[in-house]
Design a protein around this ligand. Structure first.
Ligand code: DX5
Ligand code: ZN
Length: 215
């Protein structure tokens, strides 16, 4: 069964408690928390302070996706805020290997996110050091965008790379995931589905999470 990671970016920020209660009672596995700095991506979302609140609202895994420059300056703050997984963008890290070492030394799982234009082959010499790859299936910065079909080919390439090296690395797909395209995403080899709008704009979010979970 896939890991379902609803993105709180699409939650109702006037009533976050209700959305947290809904997620906690649902079959969702992870809270996917999107941090944006207005520099790496053209949007600003939230930072460690809000993640600290989410941490206290749930026992589920807090999967933090950093869309920020110089993530090394903030890794410790995100650890202190309660992040379990910390994902940095390859395009934002000159010294990616050092960033991964830092995340692990702080006691978190380490993820690397790739923008749509960044090839899977660029992971060749870091894949053995990480716990998760987040393949962006939209250009990062906003929820509610359309899934880029080329992502399916990237998932297959990444699944092959991971299996050939006999590694245990999650393949997380982020952006434009729907009930309609999720089966082909999973068939291509992904095991973590991020879903923002698909979950939070559904008539029945709990039911939508169960449907994704049972794919
Ligand atoms: C986009 C974020 C995503 C986003 C997904 O930059 O990283 O996690 O919230 O939202 P949907 O599922 O609506 O595309
Ligand atoms: Zn994300």
């Amino acid at each position: 069964m896939p890991i379902i990671a609803p993105s709180l970016l699409s939650a109702n920020f006037l009533d976050l408690k209700a959305d947290c209660d809904m997620l906690n009672a649902s079959t969702a596995d992870w809270y996917h928390l999107d941090v944006m700095d207005g520099r790496f991506v053209p949007n600003i979302s939230f930072g460690p302070m809000l993640i600290d609140f989410f941490r206290r609202a749930t026992t589920k895994v807090c999967d933090v996706h950093l869309m920020i420059q110089e993530p090394e300056r903030y890794a410790e703050q995100f650890k202190n805020a309660g992040a379990d997984n910390l994902t940095v963008h390859m395009e934002a890290c000159t010294h990616l290997h050092r960033n991964i070492q830092q995340i692990h030394s702080l006691g978190m799982k380490a993820g690397v996110a790739l923008n749509p234009h960044t090839p899977v082959s660029s992971l060749q010499d870091i894949i053995q050091d990480i716990d998760l790859v987040c393949l962006m299936s939209v250009n990062p910065g906003f929820g509610g965008q359309k899934f880029i079909p080329q992502t399916l080919e990237k998932i297959k390439q990444l699944r092959k790379m991971i299996d050939e090296k006999r590694l245990n690395v999650h393949i997380e797909i982020d952006g434009g995931v729907t009930l309609e395209n999720a089966p082909s995403i999973l068939a291509a080899g992904a095991d973590v589905l991020v879903a923002g709008n698909t979950v939070f704009k559904a008539a029945d979010p709990t039911e939508m999470i169960s449907k994704l979970k049972s794919l």
